[in-house]
Structures are given as structure tokens and as C-alpha cells.
Design a protein around this ligand. Sequence first.
Ligand code: NAG
Ligand code: NAG
Ligand code: NAG
Ligand code: NAG
Length: 234
Amino acid sequence: MQLFLIFVLFSKLALSLQTETVIQFAYTEVVGRADTPVTTRTLNGVSIPWNDSAHGVDSLRDILFQTEQGPFLEKSLEIILDSFNHTTASNHTYQRMRKCQLDGYRVRWVSDLVRYDGADYLRLNGSTNTWTAAVPQAKALQQVWASDAARTRSERVCLENACTELLKDLAQAKHSALEDQESQAVMLVWVTLLAAASLLGLTFISFLLFKRQASNGSGHPGGQSAVKTVDYRA
Ligand SMILES: *[C@@H]1O[C@H](CO)[C@@H](O)[C@H](O)[C@H]1NC(C)=O
Ligand SMILES: *[C@@H]1O[C@H](CO)[C@@H](O)[C@H](O)[C@H]1NC(C)=O
Ligand SMILES: *[C@@H]1O[C@H](CO)[C@@H](O)[C@H](O)[C@H]1NC(C)=O
Ligand SMILES: *[C@@H]1O[C@H](CO)[C@@H](O)[C@H](O)[C@H]1NC(C)=O
């Protein structure tokens, strides 16, 4: 029991010591196919399922991926396809990978990457908040995105907020899980004590009964003969 409580204490300590965190949000779609978008999130490489319990949707997902819908993405996809002389008839994949590294709840750096058919296409420089083309073909899209600095800024703020919010939600969930474990441990101590006490009580009662029976002589001969009489009549 004590060992268990010590374990709980140590996992609490580990939670407060582990301050370096990398969170990634990823969006993938097959270009031109509305049924294919997949959004994922990971914390230090571990997948964190979306929390759809609240209102049927995860508000973080809404906030973060609203930019992946609508005319801006459609226009961007067109530019990407054009840059390779591609048509949408075959499967081409568009990906957006957004990451932040946090120190405690403070965002230390962010990275933002557009990938096309599995290769890097456009990258955000986190220190200057500007886009750079990862391949020569990306020059056209880079110019379009660079011309909308306000969008780049607000998307970055959005990402940073999503990262700290996710971390806070997870810490909250872990905290209450630990509290549950602790109250379960305390409960277990009480149950064990109660069981021990009732065992002691039963032993004592048996001892008293045994003592009484010993002083009354052996058994209840009258009762037994009465039962026998009933048996013969039947
Ligand atoms: C999921 O959503 C519920 C309701 O908003 C909240 O209480 C809970 O902490 C959330 N869990 C996580 C892991 O974010
Ligand atoms: C796309 O086609 C144009 C004109 O036909 C050509 O100049 C260009 O090099 C092509 N681009 C690629 C990436 O193949
Ligand atoms: C596109 O991908 C789907 C699923 O991966 C596959 O069934 C289909 O044949 C592919 N189409 C083309 C044109 O490659
Ligand atoms: C970001 O831009 C700065 C200033 O131009 C440059 O020094 C730095 O190397 C760039 N970082 C990356 C990852 O390209």
C-alpha cells in the first residue's frame, strides 16, 4: 500500500519535471477529394485523440483547421498543382504540419510546413515569420502567402494558443486521474482496515461461542432427538 502511494507521488513529480514538450498538428488530404481530409495531433510523438466528448466537436480542431477549408486553400492547391503541371485526376496529397515546442506552458518555437506528394514544399521561418520555398516550384505559392502577412500572423497565434490549451487540458485530465487514484488508494486502506477489524471481531465471537459450548457440555442432545422423532413419523 505504501509502495503504491509512493508510486503516485513519483508520477506526480515526473509530471511537474517533464517540461519540454513538442506538439504537432497535422492535416492531410488527397487533392480534390472532399472525403479524404484527416487531422491528427501528437504530443512528444504520442497520438492524442480529439476530444469530441464535449459538444460533439473539439473546439481546438475547429479553430486550428478552419484555415484548411474554404477559398484560400482551394486557391493554394490550384497553384501547387499548376506548379507541377499536375491535374487532380490522379492522387496527389497535400499536407500541413504545424508544431510547437513548449517549455512549461511557454511556446519556445513553432514550425509550419506545407508538403506535397510527401515532399517539403513551403516552410515557415519561425524567427522571421516568413515563408520560404523548399523547392523551386513553390515560388508562386510563396509569393501569394507572403503577400498576406496578417494571415500568417493570426495563424501563428492560433497555433500557439492551440498548443498551450491542449497542454493545459491534458494536465487537467491527468491531475484529476491522479486524484482518483489517490482517493482509490485511501479507500483501499479503509477497506483493508475494516476487513481486518471484522475478521478480528468474528474470531472473538467464535472464541466466545466455543467457550460457552465448552462449559455447556458437548452439543445439544435434546434438539437432535427431536429432529429424529420428526423423521420417523414422516
Ligand atoms: C474533454 O472535454 C471535457 C468537456 O469539455 C473536459 O472536461 C475534459 O477535460 C477534456 N479532456 C481533455 C483530455 O482535453
Ligand atoms: C509545365 O509546363 C510548362 C509549359 O508547358 C513548362 O514550361 C514547365 O516547365 C512545366 N513545369 C514542370 C514542373 O514540369
Ligand atoms: C487513389 O487512391 C485510392 C486509395 O488510395 C485508390 O483506390 C485509387 O485507385 C487511386 N487512384 C489513382 C488514379 O491513383
Ligand atoms: C530564418 O531567418 C533568419 C533571418 O533571415 C535566418 O538567419 C535563419 O537561418 C532562418 N532560419 C531557417 C530555419 O531558415
